[in-house]
Design a protein around this ligand. Structure first.
Ligand SMILES: [Fe+2]
Length: 246
């Protein structure tokens, strides 16, 4: 298999860190545009968004800004919705990522809407989303080289039995078992706005820093480049907080 590279960009969250306006010199859009310029120049195969594309869920202005910059991406893009995207303004827009499946060069990708599996959502949306996700995982080609799952929420921060107050992910054990059963290799997520690198029963779970703002401690705004090759995959962090030196 020829190696290929894709970008994972999460928590673009237009409006979260734009003190001088959505198009200001220090805006989320500026940092997102740096990511877009980078992926266009690097010629990645596609881009995946990890959710929280905007900060205020029903802001048409923020959504317009997101779509304006995303529209400059020169390759296909996919993604999932985050908790900041849960409004009709976002979810009913036909050009925004909410959930997806993708077959690419022998690898299988499925992205689900994590909001629906949260405890807050109630039993019905949880059941519906998990059954959709199960169907998609069952549809993965038997010979898929790698299976990636994309979700806004990491399943946990430290360990699977930690107190579940912040995440409110009552289904985390059910989801972990589902991913194990379907031989998922890697879960990509955002939400925390900081890196998490976890291995659970051989399943790799990577949460990426945001391109917008750090939330819990000092952080460099960044996104990930993932290169997939014959027997594995590598990940690099690309900063959008510093000016490109090229
Ligand atoms: Fe976020």
């Amino acid at each position: 298999m020829d190696p290929f590279t894709f970008a994972f960009i999460t928590d673009v969250q237009i409006g979260a860190g734009s003190p001088n306006g959505l198009r200001g010199e220090d805006s989320d859009k500026l940092r997102f545009d740096r990511a877009v310029d980078f992926v266009n120049k690097a010629g990645v195969d596609f881009v995946i968004f990890g959710g929280d594309q905007i900060n205020v869920e029903d802001s048409e202005e923020q959504l317009d800004v997101f779509l304006e910059s995303a529209g400059r991406i020169e390759m296909p893009w996919y993604g999932v919705a985050g908790n900041h995207d849960q409004s009709p303004t976002y979810l009913e827009h036909e050009d925004v990522p909410v959930r997806f499946t993708l077959n690419h060069k022998g690898c299988y990708f499925v992205g689900y809407d994590a909001w629906s599996v949260r405890g807050n959502a109630g039993p019905e949306p949880q059941k519906k989303e998990i059954s959709w996700l199960t169907e998609q995982l069952r549809a993965a080609p038997a010979d898929a080289r790698f299976r990636f799952v994309v979700t806004h929420w990491p399943l946990f921060m430290h360990h699977p039995d930690e107190e579940d107050s912040y995440w409110n992910m009552p289904n985390r054990h059910e989801l972990l078992e589902l991913f194990k059963e379907h031989n998922v290799d890697c879960i990509l997520s955002g939400h925390l706005h900081h890196d998490i690198d976890t291995v659970w029963s051989g399943l790799r779970m990577i949460s990426a820093a945001a391109t917008s703002v750090p939330l819990h401690y000092p952080e460099e705004m960044a996104f990930k480049l993932v290169t997939v090759f014959d027997h594995g995959f590598s990940m690099r962090r690309v900063s959008v907080a510093v000016v490109d030196t090229n």
